[in-house]
Design a protein around this ligand. Structure first.
Ligand code: ATP
Ligand code: MG
Length: 422
């Protein structure tokens, strides 16, 4: 029989890697709590229409990357490829927006049918912030600072914040015309993908990874030249706000986000440690989305951090060590093994971390494992101890201030707990 394997691009996180993931998740939870951002959890499965309307048919995500299927009731369903559309749908559906501006965060798996490579999977994980009902330049700065500070809290180094303004919808419409006219005159010089985008999603050509196309674009009209005075002024406020907070950034006039609903501020946070998949965080303002999904016109800004890339960066730093147990329970003999199980359970109910050796092997072997567990104490239960109703505690840590060996009555649980928690 062929070996069962996970699907391509679907990755297991094993116990040895879980420490980093838990560290990221708990740091993020704490960071958002301090910033007054509430968590929201939405289903991983949504109607296909949500993403078609919310992301746009002309994007790669909707056009080629979605996991879409019909359920047993013949409804077209899609595994969420990103979080924003779902959060906005939920906010509209439950009337959250009528309660005033919302600062929300989410985390969880996303699904895109992409070519798997380092930092790119088919199931991957994001943590994201959505600030709904915020329109000031200050809120752009707040959103960016929340991402920047979270990454600083986690200790990720060498990050670069890249910033651009996509202007208003009207600015972009003008620019789109200029760009299409300019590129159409040079269509044969474009790569195949970009030629197709010329008709579907021309702004995305700016984002092309093709070297020749990039070279050609060096002389193309830029979005910055097409921005209205109001849009330029707004962008200047975002830039000076970041500077005032001491957050460094570089302007990148070619930065356009892959999704259609962005306007004004767009940003990415990148690392030079990640090879081709350099973007850890991407975000921007999406003033048109809530209305597009059937809500009242509501300005909004948000971002998403890709956790696999973040974990890759963190794994290059100091390893995360898991907490050592408070007690390693060495035990051997029929009676003793049952008593050890009962003792472990009782101590765990008292809040202690207890590792129970269940090998039944020689005491010497069990003590070697006790040492490896980094536990401060080992307790020995053999049938002899059980008969006498005692347990022998041995200090494994050289620095312990208590006697190296203590004999306690098995019934003196309180005393045991107080020694172990000292
Ligand atoms: P990229 O240009 O790398 O494809 P994107 O513009 O498609 O990124 P977003 O939709 O903005 O990405 O998602 C935000 C973040 O989620 C990315 O910056 C990245 O860190 C992460 N991400 C996106 N797609 C994947 C994937 N297939 N595997 C792992 N992480 C991903
Ligand atoms: Mg992508």
């Amino acid at each position: 029989m062929a070996k069962l394997q996970s699907l391509r691009g679907m990755v297991d996180v094993l116990p040895e890697q879980i420490g980093l993931w838990q560290q990221v998740e708990s740091t993020a939870r704490d960071h958002f709590a301090r910033a007054g951002v509430a968590e929201i959890r939405t289903p991983v499965l949504e109607t296909t229409e949500l993403f078609a309307r919310g992301i746009g048919e002309a994007t790669d995500v909707v056009g080629k990357e979605m996991y879409t299927f019909s359920d047993r009731g013949d409804r077209s369903c899609t595994l969420r490829p990103e979080g924003t559309a779902s959060v906005v749908r939920a906010a509209i559906q439950h009337g959250l927006l009528s309660q005033g501006p919302q600062r929300l965060w989410y985390g969880g798996p996303m699904f895109r049918y992409e070519r798997p490579q380092a930092g790119r999977q088919r199931q991957f994980h994001q943590i994201g912030l959505e600030m709904l009902g915020f329109d000031s330049a200050r809120s752009d700065v707040e959103a960016i600072a929340t991402a920047w500070d979270l990454l600083q809290d986690l200790g990720v180094q060498g990050l670069v914040l890249e910033l651009n303004s996509l202007g208003s919808a009207a600015d972009r419409a003008h620019y789109r015309e200029d760009l299409v006219a300019w590129l159409s005159a040079r269509e044969t010089l474009l790569d195949e993908d970009s030629q197709a985008r010329l008709r579907t999603n021309p702004l995305r050509i700016l984002d092309s990874k093709n070297k020749d196309t990039q070279a050609l674009l060096a002389d193309a009209p830029t979005l910055a030249d097409a921005l209205s005075p109001e849009s330029l002024d707004r962008f200047a406020q975002v830039c000076s706000g970041l500077t005032a907070l001491g957050i460094p950034f570089v302007l990148n006039p070619r930065l356009v986000r892959g999704l259609d609903y962005y306007s004004h501020t767009a940003f990415e946070i990148t690392s030079d440690q990640l090879g081709a998949q350099a973007t850890v965080c991407g975000g921007g303002r999406y003033d048109g989305l809530v209305e597009q999904l059937g809500g009242a016109s509501t300005p909004a800004i948000g971002w998403a951090i890709g956790l696999e890339r973040l974990v890759l960066l963190l794994s290059q730093l100091a390893p995360v060590t898991t907490d050592a147990p408070d007690l390693y329970l060495v035990n051997r003999g029929d009676q003793a093994q049952w008593s050890a199980l009962a003792l472990a359970r009782e101590l765990r109910q008292r809040g202690l971390r207890v590792e129970l050796d269940s090998s039944g092997s020689a005491f010497g072997k069990q003590f070697k494992r006790a040492d490896r567990s980094r536990s401060a104490w080992a307790a020995v239960l053999g049938d002899g101890e059980v008969e006498q109703g005692i347990v022998t505690l041995k200090a494994l840590h050289p620095d312990t201030e208590l006697p190296k060996e203590q004999i306690l009555k098995l019934t003196e649980i309180d005393q045991l707990v107080s020694i172990l928690s000292a």
